[in-house]
Design a binder for this molecule. Structure first.
Ligand SMILES: C[S@@+](CC[C@H](N)C(=O)[O-])C[C@H]1O[C@@H](n2cnc3c(N)ncnc32)[C@H](O)[C@@H]1O
Length: 566
């Protein structure tokens, strides 16, 4: 890989006028080895710096920023990025997903700003120019990938306004207001233009609903005696009662909660029928059965034993399920200053909707100085625009089951696992057959950058795995032809597997989606998504087969010519 080596210095390198910007791959990254290898493949030291000169012109800064971003992209890769990118570093040097790109841009900006704080006066200008160039890239990124929402400004949000007012008088600082938005209930809207780095919302610790509240309640002495009960379950039981408490500190918060959550856990029979043929059907049934078992382990026993603490009317199965949906769809994990990670409900922050291209990505750790939870922006949000959060790197099946929606944009985490026995291949061969991945999967091949021969827009680890299962049949005499034949076989097998999956899901449902109930509509949309993913894999297999057949044709021609010549 051709890289401009003059910009990459060892850690203690550099002369007086050089500015060294640290972009280190943390050693505690659980994917350290894989990322280190990728960085080394482009000639980067994982601990290295990117160097620029105080005399650098804007034209010279451009390639330096690109090198910083290449490093930052690799540093921010997650498992899914790594699986679908394979081991060829060229797949990671440019854009690979909105989340990765935004993380990379923000890491670069953070390190540039850090350098500005500690630099010599004569280097401020060049660093400021680099800062501005990065901010411009973040801005362009938002314009290209951000979601547009229709905000219903005329809708009444009296309860939400009351909550916001209560929050402000109790220490919440916010640049957001609440309004109804198309297709997602309420959302948080920027009141003014906000830039990357601005804090959109800040909540004091005292307003977080966490297990600390259970400890202070009359329930705790009874709950702590239950063997194996989790803090989350205690909190769930506490909130089932607290929402009926007229004197609750959080009454205005509970008042804003919807009567129904409409997640996959509330699907009715018709929606389950619509999901037939998908693995999601089983996932939802299992999740619901798990909750039912949990409920039956506690109730009606607790109500019989302590009716004053657990009034039977508050602890029905329906209310238990509603509260589970509340916690699944509205809670956030927060790291407290004592290092404890706790699941919390967070008034006002609970109005933030999710996007695959969010404004807010990093939250969830209390600021030790202010003892508050801050929601900083990773990209600008203009006045009147909906401000989105990242709920996490979730698949659409997870979002449907536990949150009740499907993202509008293509979701890189929508993977379909393949039923391929990895262990079998590992066991039957010697040490060379090392498998880096515990399972194989596919996703929409539209995400792939490389659709050429031997890549086909399909996951490299999957192709490698399939090749290994076939490689014993490779003949020495005619390696090129055999290799192409094996590739054809692999694509043929993958195509048949995918066609089988498509058949299991069934053809397009001719339905009137507009008049369907919310759950049937979601189920049908999910099925369409699965079909689209599998069809893209089939298309890639077929396009790959055409490439291979053309190559085989050429090799036959060459062989023919060779025979004539000999
Ligand atoms: C934390 S709440 C966000 C506030 C919520 N919209 C409300 O009105 O209460 C999470 C819920 O918002 C909805 N939601 C979040 N992001 C969404 C999106 N991108 N599209 C549709 N609905 C979304 C889902 O119903 C989800 O369960």
């Amino acid at each position: 890989m051709d890289v401009n080596k003059e910009h990459i210095e060892p850690q203690n390198g550099g002369i007086d006028d050089d500015i060294l910007i640290v972009l280190e791959l943390p050693e505690n990254d659980h994917l350290f080895e894989k990322k280190k290898k990728l960085l080394q493949d482009i000639g980067h030291d994982p601990k290295g710096h990117v160097t620029l000169k105080s005399s650098s012109t804007p034209d010279q800064l451009k390639p330096i920023l690109e090198i910083m971003l290449q490093r930052a992209r690799i540093i921010n890769l997650d498992e899914i990025d790594l699986y679908f990118g394979g081991t060829d570093v060229s797949n990671f040097l440019s854009f690979s997903s909105p989340k990765n790109e935004l993380e990379a841009l923000n890491l670069a900006l953070k390190n540039i700003d850090y350098s500005i704080c500690s630099c010599k006066p004569k280097t401020v200008n060049v660093l400021q120019a680099l800062h501005d160039a990065t901010v411009n890239l973040i801005h362009d990124f938002g314009k290209k990938f951000g979601e547009e929402t229709r905000v219903f400004t005329d809708s009444s949000c009296e309860k939400e306004k009351a909550l916001l007012q209560w929050g402000k008088s109790n220490g919440i600082d916010t640049k957001l207001e609440i309004a109804y938005v198309e297709g997602a209930g309420r959302g948080a809207i920027a009141r003014e233009d906000l830039n990357a780095g601005d804090i959109a919302l800040e909540i004091p610790e005292s307003l977080l609903i966490s297990e600390k509240l259970v400890h202070e309640s009359e329930m705790f002495p009874l709950l702590e005696k239950i063997e194996g009960i989790l803090p989350e379950t205690m909190l769930l039981l506490w909130s089932m009662k607290e929402k009926h408490n007229c004197n609750s500190k959080f009454k205005l918060y509970f008042d804003t909660l919807p009567l129904e959550f409409n997640t996959g856990l509330s699907f009715k029979v018709n929606a389950f029928m619509a999901l037939d043929g998908t693995s999601l059907l089983e996932e939802i049934v299992d999740a619901k059965e798990h909750l039912r078992t949990q409920y039956e382990e506690l109730f009606p026993l607790l109500c019989h034993k302590h009716p004053d603490v657990f009034p039977p009317d508050f602890y029905t199965w329906e209310q238990f399920l509603w509260t589970c949906e509340l916690w699944y769809s509205n809670s956030m994990k927060v790291m407290f200053n004592d290092g404890k990670l706790m699941t919390c409900l967070i008034p006002v922050a609970g109005f933030l909707n999710h996007s695959t291209c969010p404004h807010i990505m990093h939250y969830g750790k209390l600021d030790p100085v202010t003892n508050s939870l801050k929601f900083p922006l990773s990209r600008p949000c203009h006045a009147g625009e909906e401000c989105f959060l990242s709920y996490g790197s979730f698949s659409s099946s997870h979002l449907l089951t536990f949150y009740g929606f499907l993202p509008r944009r293509d979701n890189p985490y929508d993977v379909i696992p393949l039923d391929i026995d990895i262990a079998l291949v590992e066991d039957c061969e010697d040490g060379e057959l090392k498998c880096d991945w515990n399972s194989q999967m596919v996703r929409g091949s539209w995400f792939a950058n490389n659709h050429g021969i031997f890549n086909y827009g399909l996951p490299p680890p999957l192709l490698d795995h399939l090749r290994k299962t076939k490689s014993s049949t490779l003949q020495k005499e005619n390696q090129v032809r055999d290799k192409l034949e094996i590739e054809l076989e692999i694509l043929g097998d993958l195509c048949s597997t995918s066609e089988g999956m498509l058949e299991t899901i069934g053809g397009t449902d001719f339905d009137d989606r507009e008049t369907s109930s919310w759950d049937v509509k979601l189920a049908l949309d999910f099925k369409d998504l699965q079909r689209r993913i599998i069809s893209s894999v089939i298309e890639s297999c077929n396009a790959g087969r055409k490439l291979l057949e053309s190559e085989l044709g050429k090799s036959t021609l060459q062989q023919g010519n060779g025979d004539i010549l000999s």
